[in-house]
Structure formats: structure tokens, C-alpha cells
Design a protein around this ligand. Structure first.
Ligand SMILES: [Zn+2]
Ligand SMILES: [Zn+2]
Length: 254
């Protein structure tokens, strides 16, 4: 029996201070085989790598989140490129465009999104893409820079947008949103997605699935995402766990 793989979590967040190691050490017995901790800037990429060095079932991603692109300088970019070559870094992420918070100028976000896709292609890593209220620009940047491998994380776009993502050869990762009552798009995508393109995630500490919506999220809650998708597709939860774990292992070479 395969265990769950949470392909996107932020375990360094202060929400877990005081019980982080306890929580992580319990993950295997709670059904989590592997978890990938995502960087958003230099500091959180270093923290992700630190956790990945400490636990063999934790992996890391290195990248600048669109909200953290405003003050990147050459030295920071060189450091990030170095961090991405760490043996436990399995993707460049999370990168993308976020027009919801607009905390970095849009042109700056686009510049670093494109540059990080090119870099990922150069070093042979997949990209993990964050897109919020920026669908058209995200798709056009991806189309222009053609990541060789990658995933749209926490996908909540329309089935039409999903089709465009799949047509570009990329995968889609679904999280807690699929369990929310008003999550029409995510539910429809969960029904329609070809199973070999589906990954699971929590994006914890954010976006806890039902029945924990609004509470602190954690990697073992990936189970509730798997259960919901299994129910929508009239499958066994373990089948969804097995398939998505294989997909994650292939995508991230873990
Ligand atoms: Zn994100
Ligand atoms: Zn995230």
C-alpha cells in the first residue's frame, strides 16, 4: 500500500512553532509517505532545505513566489540558483503570478516567472506554478517559455483553463478547495482530469480541507482531498492515493 504524497506544503511557517518536529515525525504513521516543502524566497527555501536534510521523507523546492519578487537582486538570484542544485531540491517553486495581492509590480513578477522557468529547464527540474487572478498572463508566459515538466498547484481554475494546462503537457495539483461546498471549478476539474496528470497537496498551513476548514492545515490532511476526489470519481481512496503518489514520484523524481 502506497502512502500519501503532499506535493506542496509550507512546514516552516510559524504556525507550527513548538510542535513542528513532533508533527513531521508523526506523518509516516498518519499515512504520509513523502511531503515537499515549498520555498517562496531565500529564507523559506533555506528552511525547506533544512527540513529536507533532517527528514529523509521530506523534500524541498527552491524559488521566488511572485509576491516576493519586488526586491530580488543579483546576489539573491545567484544564491537561489545555487540552492536549487541541492540534492534534495526537486523543483523550482513556487513561481508564477499573483494579481490578487499585487505585492510586487506585475512586470517584475512576469520577469522572474519567465526567468525561473528558463532556469528550471536549464537544470532539468520541474516548475511548480502559482497563479492567482492572473490566468491569461500565466498561460501566455508558460506558453512562451515552455517548461519541460511542471504542475499548476492548488488549481481552482475552470475546466477550460485546465484543458489548456494539460494541452501544454503540464499537470494539475488539487488541494483542500475541492472539499469546499462552493468549489464548483475544483470539483469539475477533479471529475474531468486524466488521472495520470493529477497530484495532491495541502498548501498547509493554509486551506485546510473539510471537515477542518478554517483550522490549521497539515500534510496528513491530504487524505481528505484524496477521499473527496475518490468519491467524485466513484473510486477507492487507496486507488487515488496510489495513482497520485506514482505521479508525484515521476514528476519530482523522488
Ligand atoms: Zn501558491
Ligand atoms: Zn504555497
Amino acid at each position: 500500500m502506497t502512502g500519501l504524497i503532499d506535493t506542496h506544503c509550507h512546514l516552516y511557517e510559524p504556525d507550527y512553532d513548538g510542535f513542528r518536529d513532533e508533527l513531521i515525525m508523526q506523518l509516516p504513521q498518519n499515512g504520509v509517505a513523502k511531503a515537499i516543502c515549498v520555498g517562496c524566497n531565500i529564507e523559506t527555501t533555506l528552511q525547506s532545505i533544512e527540513l529536507a536534510e533532517k527528514y529523509d521523507f521530506i523534500f524541498a523546492q527552491a524559488g521566488f513566489h511572485p509576491c516576493d519578487t519586488a526586491d530580488i537582486n543579483l546576489e539573491m538570484w545567484q544564491q537561489m540558483q545555487q540552492l536549487a542544485r541541492h540534492p534534495k531540491v526537486v523543483a523550482v517553486g513556487e513561481i508564477g503570478l499573483d494579481y490578487h495581492w499585487d505585492s510586487s509590480p506585475r512586470d517584475t513578477q512576469k520577469y522572474w516567472f519567465a526567468k525561473q522557468i528558463d532556469f528550471a529547464n536549464d537544470i532539468g527540474l520541474p516548475v511548480v506554478i502559482h497563479s492567482r487572478d492572473a490566468t491569461a498572463d500565466t498561460l501566455s508566459t508558460v506558453r512562451e517559455h515552455t517548461p519541460k515538466k511542471g504542475v499548476f498547484h492548488c488549481f481552482s481554475g475552470s475546466p477550460e483553463t485546465m484543458k489548456q494546462v494539460l494541452d501544454m503537457g503540464l499537470s494539475v495539483s488539487l488541494g483542500g478547495v475541492v472539499t469546499f461546498k462552493n468549489a464548483k471549478n475544483a470539483v469539475e476539474c477533479a471529475r474531468q482530469i486524466p488521472l495520470d496528470r493529477l497530484l495532491l497537496e495541502t498548501d498547509c498551513p493554509y486551506l485546510a480541507p473539510e471537515p477542518f476548514r478554517g483550522k490549521l492545515n497539515r500534510p496528513d490532511y491530504t487524505l481528505y482531498v484524496a477521499q473527496k476526489i475518490a468519491q467524485l470519481r466513484d473510486m477507492q481512496t487507496q486507488q487515488i492515493i496510489d495513482i497520485t503518489a506514482k505521479n508525484a514520484e515521476r514528476m519530482f523524481n523522488i
